[in-house]
Write a new protein. Structure first.
Length: 248
């Protein structure tokens, strides 16, 4: 098994390289889109047991978001972004424990040794993918901040005029806020990538050393870590959304 920091390129579409992580993220996206359309086409004013369960789950999630926003209107606005991030990140993380993932592929010579280049790999173990999710989350935070406060009031959080109170101090704090927004992208992407890539390495080492029973506890650990990372990512997004839309 070959584990590298960069995703492995499987083939090219023109000049565009298609990696194993792109295949996984595309499959997850298409799968979620198909499920969403299938569910929406079967919604009824007289719900069956499955629809009742789904509505109860959604209501419970909205109530949880309410405990942070303390505003039902905001909770309903934030719900699609936060829940979409959670589901996508959770599935991307848990893909790494699927049997055969990372071990089924084609042989390739690297540094004179034949190694297996896997056909599929967790998209969260690709820094490009986690960076894209981070940009999407932070972009959503900026959008909701501008939508709630207006472009000029929201922009003053980062570019405060030095001739207005508290004068230069306000300008300096605004620049710090701007740097903090950039730091969110870095922390979001590297935290998720680091945890999932480390899990891949750990599972690969354990499968190599003790391939039968020893990896089982670590598989359970990776399930736990994958879910926790999805929760952390989505909850931080929710908190930052609340902060971005606050007037003070």
């Amino acid at each position: 098994m070959h584990i590298s920091l960069a995703p492995e390129i499987l083939f090219h579409i023109g000049a565009f390289p298609v990696t194993n992580t792109i295949l996984v993220s595309t499959a997850i996206t298409l799968g979620l889109t198909t499920i969403a359309f299938a569910i929406s086409s079967r919604l009824s004013w007289k719900p069956n047991a499955l629809q009742n369960a789904a509505e109860a789950l959604c209501e419970a999630i909205v109530n949880f978001i309410d405990s942070i926003t303390e505003n039902r209107k905001q909770s309903l606005q934030f719900f699609p972004l936060v829940v979409t991030i959670f589901i996508f990140v959770a599935l991307s993380n848990l893909v790494e424990i699927v049997p055969g993932l990372g071990t089924i592929g084609f042989l390739e010579k690297i540094h004179g040794k034949e190694v297996i280049v896997p056909f599929l790999r967790s998209s969260s173990a690709d820094l490009n993918a986690t960076l894209a999710i981070a940009l999407f989350a932070v972009g959503g935070i900026q959008f909701f901040g501008i939508f709630a406060l207006g472009l000029i009031p929201y922009g003053k959080k980062f570019f405060f005029p030095p001739w207005e109170k508290p004068y230069v101090v306000g300008t300096f704090i605004g620049l710090l806020e701007l740097v903090a927004e950039g730091a969110k992208i870095v922390s979001f992407s590297f935290r998720l990538f680091g945890n999932i890539f480390a899990g891949e390495v750990l599972l690969g080492v354990m499968l190599f050393l003790l391939p039968v029973l020893a990896p089982l506890p670590f598989l359970g650990l990776e399930i736990f870590v994958g879910i926790i990372q999805a929760v952390v990512f989505s909850m931080l997004t929710l908190v930052f959304l609340k902060v971005a839309t606050a007037h003070h």
